[in-house]
Each structure stands twice: as structure tokens, then as C-alpha cells.
Design a protein around this ligand. Structure first.
Ligand code: ARG
Ligand code: ZN
Length: 857
């Protein structure tokens, strides 16, 4: 059981560590249920400390013995660690503890996955391995000895010695304990090599379970591309002779940037054309880059405390987005990022879990690995770059690396390098880190024609007003500096004013564009230059005009999205028919052979059910998830009928005949063809989908066809065939579970989910599998929000089962309930009952208790 009264940790309470660590020696005698860990740690008093108390973090450890400078000591033990009398001078701490990796179902600390040992220490998992000052501002040089008969024994840094039954590793770079890693098992490697720009030869390996060797080649190339890119773009070189990646099946999150030994959820590294979709490949490439980029933004420069998490995560997400944009299509990447930002971060920022990018307090830090810290954190970097310009941005980054290498830093340090390079005061910008909530910008415009006969004397004025709604614990919001990229389009469709950055700093501000001949149509928030909600009265004709003429691909897509959303709103609220403007405009886009197929596929996407629920709520309506689903379904059918001919043409024209490659070009063609297939599936009962399914030689095609068949209620045989074909492949079976739920009739989704939780392959022990099933239900609003409340109850039943085993994954999944206050009174009552049921559970984890408590409010 966790502590009875959970402690709130506050940024304002930060104090420097009492002791610093110079060196750590660890020895692991691996045993599944009784691993012995001995530590020898060289401590010295921290001259900056305000008090001298020797305190080590430790959780779930059995202390066998402890010594200070060779003399046995008897520390005072608690649930959270130990304290002990210690000298006010350098000393050596030695301890031996016993831990139980096999019994560690929380997947934090040292645990076992399929017979292999692995670790996850970020944020506070190292304290489950041994007693230690488990905080990121304590950085030390680690030497690790692993004793085991397993064939592969890995830790951070460089191998020192390998002998019968042991291996020794040394990492020369001082690091916080959260970057420690150990892996041991019967693994095979896919090797590679990279020569850095200064000539260092680096051995690369991807370590996997036997049988997965064939799924490593793509990850290896992505790693090499990332290493090259970071040298070219940021001048950052790798700093060890070895870089290891390990794939682990049981993992709470995506991946982890441990120094020289990245550990990955196998779903985020293993890839093959037969088992992975184009989207999987793109995501894997991005995550490999992300973890690699952490070597500089995270490891060489780390965080002083966990409130500064966005210092490494926001920056590293920003860097991996730049990488993907360079490797693939920048506009397509940007549009995809905005879709997920709105779906996940806006949802968070506008509900009970809203928190600043740099939070001020937490109970369980694992609950703050959020879309706000990561994705909004990355948006902040993008805005900073827009505000100071590219050149100053890269100079500031150079200064950051030069000034702070080897340090544990804060957001203040980060902003200071920008201030020092540009001379600009960033106090107002800092509000983006401190204030939660999504700003709204209301737009007003006015047009003053020139004097009669005077060509080009007209002035167009944009007035922008910003306000941010209150968020929990933050009633009052201050105006922020918001970079708004704007261009103007003339009545004939030509751009009459190129993109310029308007800096909105006041609550209300006007910007004039002079020298115009006719009233232009504004293209506002190009490239989505700030994470805000833009409100501007417009009509369908103007949206269609921008969809046809905007030179900014993002805003072009955005115009189509707005048109679809407004049409859907009218269908839901007024019972209107599908909007002709939308249908005509989208058909023109689909036909436009000058446009990138990937862009056209994105344009054919529709707002998600979740987008619509939020839009309805913002417009003062109570969203009905089933009505939203039905409107989307009706619009898709109307569109399929309207675009019958073009859909067949697109489908045929974008079949890829060349051997499979997961690159931007081929995947763009496949996504457009599969968008066409989805339309055709509404007309032909799934005939074409069945043909595609039967002929498919890659997972993208196979899965798109299967989805289409299930939607058309013609998938039973294919669902069985798919299972029989892939039952040996966990990652593919995860897809199989999810797609049956996501494509069920809304009224059947809960029942399908319940049935799948009874399937022999369903397990609580594997987070990917749990998410594939219960996560699919929560990602399907019309199913999850079944008016009976059965979806809420089913999720809660399983959260209650999972919590004692794996609090972290349980707590994350509670966010399914975060939007509860936007629904009707009946649904609110039903959800509240489930939240109360969770809170009433004896021994509920600190993680889940914090999340449910915040959601319930
Ligand atoms: N730092 C990892 C990443 O790149 C995330 C690990 C977080 N894990 C956790 N259990 N909180 O982004
Ligand atoms: Zn990260």
C-alpha cells in the first residue's frame, strides 16, 4: 500500500540536494524473484545545500546491509526511503538490497518481460532498484557489473569487461539516475555502424528477441538518419563508441532515452512491411529520432527537477518534428501534428486536467507525461523560433549547448540563452510556460477602399482579441505574446500580401495592411503558428475559396476542415442535409492532380467525433456522441455517392506497383487510394475491399481492407483469417483487437469490447494489449458513451483490476473520463458514479487517485 496521505510536491519548494555523488558502482546478481543489488556510492556535501541531512530514496527494497566508510550503519527506514547520520565530509556509502523483478508488474524499476530483465527508471524508478538520491540534479559517473548466465548483459556506456557469467560497463558521462538502464536476456542483435562527422566510429545495435531479427532494418536506418541529421541541423555529435537499442514487449510508454542504451516498446521500433502500416513506420522513425535526440536535449543537458520536464521533452518533440518534416513532407507533418494536438492537448487544456507546460505541483510525476508537456511544449519552441527568427534560434541553441553542457537546467536557463542572443525580453513569453489553457483569438476585420480612381490605396485592418478561459487553480489569465502568421489573398485568388508575423501582445490589437486594390480574404494563423483557437466569422463560400487558393498548405487544409465541421454542425444541430459547398469543394481537391496525394488524403479526412463534441460544446450545445457519429456517417455516405466516379478513378490511379517502401511518396499514394477504398466500401458492400484484402502483401493494404470490410459488416471471415494468419505476432494481434472495436456499430462496441476481454490473448500484464482493447473503446466516443453507461462501467471494471498491477497505465487511461462535464446530466451522473467507485477502492494507487481526484474536481 502507498502512503495514506499523498504528498503534493511543489516547484516553489525546490531545494538543492544535501549531498552530491561523484561515482556510483553497482553490482547486480540477477535472479528472477530475488535479485541482489549492491551499491558503492561516493558522496560529498553539496556546498550549495541549505541543510545537511543524508536522505536516500528507496521504494519496495529489502535492505540487507548498509555501511558508511566501511562501518556498518542502521538507517531509519520508511516507505519512501531512508535517513542516516552521515559525515559532513566526503564519504563512501555501501548497501546491499534485494528486489523482485518477476513480481514487478508496475514495469517501473527492474522488471522482467518475456524472460528478459529490463529497467525503466524515468521518472522515479531508480529508487525501486537501490537507495539513492533519485533526482535529476544529482549527476554521477556509473560503473555497473551484471552477474548472470544470460547471454546478453547490457548497461549504459562502454563495455569494460566480459567474462563467464558477468559483464562490466562504464559510462563516462555523468548522468542522473533516471537515465540508468540494464538489460539482460537471450537476445539477438541487428548491427550497424555510423561514422560521426569528426570521425568517431560508432557501433550500433538493435537488440530483439530471437524471431524479431527481420524487423530491425528500418529502425537501424532511422537511427543513422537521425544521427546524421542532428549533426547537420544542430551540430550535435554522438559521444560514445556504442549505441544500443533494445525492444521490450511490456512497456508503459513509447521509449526511453537511457544513455547509450535506449529501451523501446517493441511497437515503437520493430517494423516490417508485412506487419507494420505506413503510419507505424513513420511513427517508429520519429520515436527513434526522438530518443536519439535526447542524447543532447535531455542527457548532456538534463532537467534540474521534474517540473522542468518540458525543457527536454518539448524541445525534443520539436526537434523530432523538424526531422520528420525534413525526411518527409513538411506540410503533411504539420497537419498531422495539429490534428493530434487538438485531439489530445486541446482536450486536456480545456478540461479538469489542464496544467501549465511547466506545472507548479504534482502528486505523481508519471501523471505529467502529458500532451501539454510534450506537444504544447514543442509548440512553444516553434513559437519562440518564429518570434526570434531562424538564425537567432540556432545561435541560441548553440549557446544553450555550450553554456549548459553537463548541467541540470530550468526553463529560466533556457529562456536566458534566447534573451542573451537576441536582447529581447521574454518575460511575457514565459507566461506560455506558466499559464494553462488554450487562448482564443477573435478576429474582426475592416476594409477602407482607396480614394476613387487611386489604384491600390485600400487599407485592410485586422483586429485580434485574445482571451484564455480559466483553468483549475488559475482563474486569471494574462495576455500572451502570440505570433500570428497572416497572408492575404486577392479576389482573383492571387496572394496580395505574403506571410508576415503579427505579434499579438495586447488583449486587443489592430494590424493594418496598406496599398491594396480590393478587399482581400485573410489567411490567418498560417502553419498553425500558435496553439490557439481562432474564431472568425466566415461563410462556406469563403472557406471554399481558401481551400482552392490559399498558398499555405496548412490553411488550405484548415479551410476544408472548417467547411466540414460547420456542415456537420448544421447537420447535428439543425438536421440540415450534407453541405453542397463542402462536397463540391472537396471533390475539386480530390481531383486536383497538382496536389500531393498525401495532402489530398488528409483533406478527405473528417473532423473526429471528439473534435465535433468539443466544437459543439464550445458553441453552447450539449454533444450527443451517437448523433455525432450518425452525422459523420451520413456525410461519409453522401460524399461516397457524390464522388463515386472520382473515387474509383483515384483508387485505380494510386495503386502502388513498385516494391513496398514506407516513404512519403508511396505512403501518400496508399493513403489516398485507401481513402477512396473507404468511399467505395459504402457503395459496393466491400467487394473491392475483399479483393484488396486477398491480394495484400503489406499490412497497410491488408489493414485498410479489413477495416473497410468490418465497417461494411462483411468482415467476419476476414477477421478470423487475419487472426489465424497473425496469431504468433503480438503487435499485429494488438491491431486486430483494436480494429474490431473501433469499427463496430456504436451500439455494439461495448459488447464487442467485453467479448474481446474474454479472449485468451487478452491480458492485463501487457500494456499494449490493454490499450489495444480498452483504449480502443475509449477512442470511440459513440461506443464508449453508450447512454446505458455500460462503456463507463466496463472501463472502470478493468481499471480496478489493472490498478494493483500497473498504476501508471491505469492512471493514464483514466483520462477517458476527462471530458465528462461536457455531456448531458444523465451521462454525467453515470460517469460520476464510476469515478466515485474508483475513488472508493481501498488501496487505490497514488497515480490513479490523483488522476481521478483531479478529473472529478
Ligand atoms: N523520456 C521518455 C520519452 O522520451 C518518456 C519516459 C517516461 N516514462 C514514464 N514512465 N513516465 O519521451
Ligand atoms: Zn522524450
Amino acid at each position: 500500500m502507498k502512503d495514506a496521505v499523498p504528498q503534493t510536491i511543489r516547484l516553489s519548494d525546490y531545494t538543492p540536494p544535501a549531498y552530491l555523488v561523484d561515482e556510483v558502482h553497482l553490482t547486480f546478481r540477477l535472479n528472477p524473484s530475488a535479485t541482489r543489488v549492491t551499491s558503492r556510492i561516493a558522496f560529498r556535501p553539496n556546498p550549495e545545500a541549505r541543510e545537511r541531512r543524508f536522505k536516500l530514496d528507496g521504494e519496495g527494497l529489502k535492505l540487507i546491509r548498509a555501511m558508511i566508510d566501511g562501518e556498518p550503519v542502521t538507517p531509519a527506514l520508511s516507505d519512501a526511503g531512508l535517513t542516516c547520520d552521515a559525515p559532513d565530509a566526503p564519504f563512501t556509502w555501501e548497501a546491499e538490497v534485494e528486489i523482485d523483478p518477476e513480481g514487478n508488474t508496475a514495469l517501473e524499476g527492474l522488471y522482467m518481460s518475456n524472460g528478459m530483465y529490463c529497467t525503466q527508471c524515468e521518472a522515479e524508478g531508480f529508487r525501486k532498484i537501490t537507495y539513492y538520491p533519485d533526482r535529476p540534479d544529482v549527476m554521477a559517473v556509473f560503473t555497473v557489473r551484471i552477474e548472470s548466465d544470460l547471454p546478453v548483459l547490457l548497461s549504459n556506456g562502454n563495455p569494460v569487461e566480459r567474462g563467464e557469467g558477468f559483464a562490466e560497463w562504464h559510462d563516462p558521462w555523468p548522468k542522473p539516475a533516471y537515465l540508468f538502464a540494464l538489460v539482460a536476456g537471450d537476445l539477438v542483435n541487428h548491427p550497424g555502424r555510423f561514422t560521426t562527422k569528426s570521425g568517431r566510429e560508432v557501433d550500433l545495435n538493435i537488440w530483439v528477441r530471437p524471431g524479431d531479427e527481420g524487423k530491425c532494418a528500418f529502425g537501424m536506418e532511422a537511427l543513422r538518419a537521425s544521427m546524421r541529421w542532428d549533426e547537420e541541423k544542430y551540430g550535435r555529435e554522438y559521444d560514445l563508441d556504442l549505441f544500443n537499442i533494445v525492444a521490450v514487449d511490456d512497456f508503459n510508454m513509447g521509449a526511453m532515452e537511457n544513455k547509450g542504451l535506449n529501451v523501446f516498446n517493441s511497437s515503437c521500433v520493430l517494423a516490417s512491411p508485412e506487419t507494420s502500416t505506413d503510419a507505424n513506420f513513420e511513427r517508429i522513425e520519429a520515436i527513434i529520432a526522438h530518443e536519439y535526440f535526447h542524447n543532447w536535449t535531455g542527457n548532456r543537458i538534463t532537467c534540474r527537477d521534474w517540473f522542468q520536464l518540458c525543457l527536454k521533452e518539448g524541445l525534443t518533440v520539436f526537434r523530432d518534428s523538424q526531422f520528420t518534416a525534413d525526411m518527409r513532407s513538411a506540410p503533411v507533418k504539420r497537419i498531422g501534428d495539429v490534428i493530434t494536438l487538438r485531439a489530445r492537448q486541446f482536450r486536456e487544456d480545456n478540461g479538469p486536467l489542464a496544467h501549465p507546460v511547466r506545472p507548479e505541483s504534482f502528486v505523481e510525476i508519471n501523471n505529467f507525461y502529458t500532451a501539454t508537456v510534450y506537444e504544447k511544449g514543442a509548440e512553444l519552441i516553434g513559437m519562440l523560433k518564429t518570434l526570434v527568427g531562424d538564425d537567432a534560434y540556432y545561435r541560441a541553441l548553440d549557446l544553450y549547448f555550450e553554456r549548459h553542457d553537463g548541467q541540470a537546467c530550468t526553463i529560466e536557463d533556457w529562456l536566458a540563452v534566447f534573451e542573451d542572443v537576441t536582447g529581447r525580453d521574454l518575460a511575457q513569453f514565459k507566461r506560455w510556460y506558466e499559464e494553462a489553457g488554450t487562448p482564443r483569438i477573435d478576429v474582426e476585420e475592416s476594409w477602407t477602399p482607396g480614394a476613387p480612381g487611386a489604384q491600390g490605396g485600400g487599407t485592410y485592418t485586422l483586429t485580434l482579441r485574445q482571451h484564455t478561459p480559466p483553468t483549475p487553480g488559475q482563474e486569471v489569465k494574462n495576455p500572451r505574446v502570440i505570433p500570428v502568421k497572416v497572408g492575404l489573398i486577392g479576389p482573383n485568388g492571387d496572394e496580395v500580401a505574403e506571410t508576415r508575423v503579427l505579434e499579438l501582445t495586447e488583449a486587443e490589437q489592430s494590424f493594418a495592411f496598406e496599398g491594396l486594390t480590393a478587399k482581400p480574404v485573410p489567411s490567418i494563423l498560417r502553419e498553425f503558428s500558435a496553439p490557439v483557437i481562432l474564431n472568425r466569422d466566415s461563410d462556406a463560400a469563403e472557406r471554399a475559396f481558401l481551400l482552392a487558393h490559399d498558398t499555405d498548405p496548412f490553411n488550405r487544409w484548415e479551410a476544408g476542415r472548417a467547411l466540414a465541421r460547420e456542415g456537420l454542425m448544421a447537420m447535428i444541430v439543425e438536421g440540415a442535409a450534407p453541405d453542397r459547398h463542402y462536397l463540391d469543394a472537396i471533390e475539386r481537391v480530390a481531383r486536383d492532380e497538382t496536389l500531393d496525394p498525401a495532402f489530398r488524403a488528409l483533406a478527405l479526412g473528417l473532423p473526429s467525433e471528439e473534435d465535433m463534441a468539443q466544437a459543439l460544446f464550445d458553441a453552447g450545445h450539449t454533444p450527443d456522441p451517437q448523433a455525432i457519429w450518425e452525422a459523420l456517417d451520413a456525410l461519409k455516405s453522401a460524399r461516397a455517392h457524390a464522388m463515386q466516379d472520382i473515387a474509383a478513378t483515384l483508387y485505380d490511379a494510386h495503386q502502388v506497383r513498385a516494391p513496398y517502401r514506407p516513404d512519403a511518396e508511396q505512403s501518400g499514394a496508399r493513403s489516398l487510394a485507401n481513402a477512396a477504398l473507404a468511399m467505395l466500401g459504402r457503395l459496393d458492400g466491400g467487394a473491392r475491399a475483399q479483393a484488396q484484402y486477398d491480394a495484400a502483401d503489406n499490412m497497410t493494404q491488408q489493414l485498410a481492407a479489413l477495416t473497410c470490410l468490418v465497417r461494411a459488416n462483411a468482415g467476419d471471415a476476414a477477421v478470423q483469417a487475419f487472426y489465424d494468419q497473425w496469431r504468433h505476432d503480438r503487435l499485429v494481434i494488438d491491431k486486430w483487437f483494436g480494429l474490431q472495436i473501433l469499427n463496430a456499430e456504436p451500439a455494439r462496441a461495448v459488447e464487442v469490447t467485453r467479448r474481446l476481454t474474454q479472449h485468451p490473448d487478452f491480458t492485463l500484464k501487457n500494456p499494449n494489449r490493454f490499450r489495444a482493447v480498452l483504449g480502443a473503446l475509449t477512442a470511440f466516443p459513440a461506443g464508449f458513451h453508450d447512454p446505458s453507461g455500460a462503456g463507463y462501467a466496463l472501463l472502470t471494471d478493468w481499471l480496478l483490476k489493472l490498478d494493483p498491477l500497473n498504476p501508471q497505465t491505469t492512471a493514464r487511461m483514466c483520462s477517458a473520463f476527462e471530458t465528462w462535464r461536457r455531456y448531458d446530466a444523465d451521462r454525467q451522473t453515470l460517469i460520476k458514479a464510476q469515478l466515485d467507485r474508483l475513488l472508493a477502492q481501498p488501496g487505490l494507487s497514488r497515480d490513479t487517485a490523483e488522476m481521478v481526484g483531479r478529473i472529478r474536481g
